[in-house]
Write a protein that binds this ligand. Sequence first.
Ligand code: PPS
Length: 309
Amino acid sequence: MAKEEDLSYKEAILKASASISRYPLIPIKGVPLMSYIANNWDSISAFCPDPSDLLIATYPKAGTTWTQEIVDLLIHNGDAEACKRAPTPVRSPFLEICAPPPIPSGLELLKNMDPPRMIKTHLPFHLVPSGFWENKCKTIYVARNAKDNLVSYYYFDCMNLTQPEPGPWEGYIQKFMRGELSWGSWYDHVKGYWEEREKKNILYLFYEDMKENPRREVERIMRYLDLSVSDEVISRIVELTTFKKMKENPMTNYSCVPPPVFDQSISPFMRKGEVGDWRNHFTPEQSKIFDEDYKKQMKDVNIPFRTLI
Ligand code: PPS
């Protein structure tokens, strides 16, 4: 079962290879989105979830896949085999993603699944289909400090051949600060969900907390989902969701997305999984300029980000 689904997803991508390219970005309500997404915006925006569906929302590269795996394992009481039934994007569809046929879109995958579903999105708060809030769906938001998030996104844009060319590192930092990357401004994204977290009962997590004390964060997710698993199962989930284990696991390491979409010879999807890798990339001058701009863009909020643990 797992192998068939994995193969069919992979095969669909390979079949579509001739029509895959780095798509331009088109703004939707001021947010630059991949043209495939923008051109299908009406149906994405009209998606109506079931009240039992769970939304896992992130700015790209903030810890989505890690959280999807933790949630799936919690739901399946730590059963590793059950969570190997299919690769991550099949078990937990990506709401807005669209690509050339026969690659199934997020909406197509969701249509063929029964609720409760784990739905991934990178949409900023104001673009999330209103049905999620009308139906009071639980939502987990994961935020990652801006500098590590930027570094991770840079490598991703090098290897994801459907995203715009990242260009040189120096210019990429500028694009990030101006909110010109796919899915828009990191600053608006983290602030949008932060401001709504209480009203909308959003569980707002930090990648750095997950690295620092994964057990504490797994337990926090468990309580939010009204689940109860034993201490032993929690330990197993922590072990199964280490960076090393997920990098080795073909169901979580995105080997299901072959070139011409993810060229993992350029940079692996499971790249480093660390806090503070930005220090290996930012020059002192780049860091200073970034920090000054950060203060301005984040002056109206106090979100407790950490760039080191
Ligand atoms: S995506 O494409 O937006 O869904 O990517 P996303 O899953 O949000 O983020 C990918 C980054 O998360 C790291 N990662 C992990 N870190 C620690 N532990 C675990 N288990 C884990 N799983 C994924 C992954 O390596 C990417 O970060 P970088 O810094 O590039 O390594």
